[in-house]
Ligand binder design. Structure first.
Ligand code: SF4
Length: 242
């Protein structure tokens, strides 16, 4: 089956555990104000490729994956092409390669369960902890993302949540408190990553001739990330009583 592929990165160490080959798909229904990849928004901008052909490209890198690495599919929104990703992940499993889905959980359809049945790990970008803010800054629905998170739990897929820390938007302990309350019922969440907002993508927006909504927002300082990571860990300890 064919999918719309933006690009393939041969070896990455930031898109899941270990060394990974990453497939970036084209097409995303959201418009997050801090999106780093506006060039992946439109499906038609990608190259139409067969899953088997993409897999044979990825397989060439398998010697580098080691014990923890494998293949990650990112976007855009990979759930918008779930049948294609399922075929790709099935080929990975048939060849002993671990699979990781990097998603915002923004599309659910009849293919979602099949895809999760061949997914070893999910990186879930959880953007804002309430429906109103989520809608305002992404154009999508938090309810949809939480329904996807429910499905990962039903399928027993481990999840690493990811949260972009944006100065003036998500760089507060209130944000961390609200996220922790939202995520508390999910025993399949293994880790929570806080990622600093970076303005690197501003040039991309200029080149594409579209306004960057966070043009006036500075980079998130490392000190803020350290403080909020510490706060997250301390709060977890308080909740677990250890
Ligand atoms: S979900 Fe990801 S690709 Fe889509 S707009 Fe948001 S940040 Fe960009």
């Amino acid at each position: 089956m064919k999918g719309y592929v933006h690009s393939v990165q041969s070896l990455s160490t930031v898109d899941g555990p270990g060394v990974r080959a990453v497939v970036f798909l084209s097409g995303c229904p959201l418009r997050c104000v801090y999106c780093h990849n506006p060039d992946t928004w439109n499906r038609q901008d990608g190259n139409e490729r067969e899953a088997a052909e993409v897999f044979s490209q990825l397989k060439r890198f398998a010697a580098y994956f080691g014990k923890n690495g494998g293949v990650t599919v990112s976007g855009g929104e990979p759930l918008a092409q779930a049948a294609f990703v399922r075929e790709l992940f099935s080929l990975c499993h048939e060849n002993g390669i671990a699979t990781c889905l990097d998603t915002a959980g923004s599309v659910l359809d009849r293919e979602t369960d099949g895809l999760l049945s061949v997914t070893d790990l999910c990186l879930l970008d959880l953007k804002f902890p309430d429906e109103e803010t989520y809608r305002r800054y992404t154009g999508g629905s938090l309810r949809q993302t939480m329904r996807f998170l429910d499905k990962t739990r039903d399928h027993g897929v481990p999840v690493i949540t990811r949260h972009v820390i944006v100065p003036g938007l998500t760089d507060t302990t209130d944000y961390i408190d609200a996220m922790q309350a939202l995520l508390a019922p999910y025993a399949n969440i293994r880790q929570n990553d806080l990622l600093p907002f970076r303005r690197l993508c501003a040039d991309k927006y200029r080149r594409m001739g579209i306004p960057f909504p966070l043009e006036a927002t500075p980079d998130c300082p490392e000190s803020t990330i350290r403080t909020l990571r510490g706060y997250w860990q301390d709060s977890k300890k308080r909740v677990s009583g250890s």
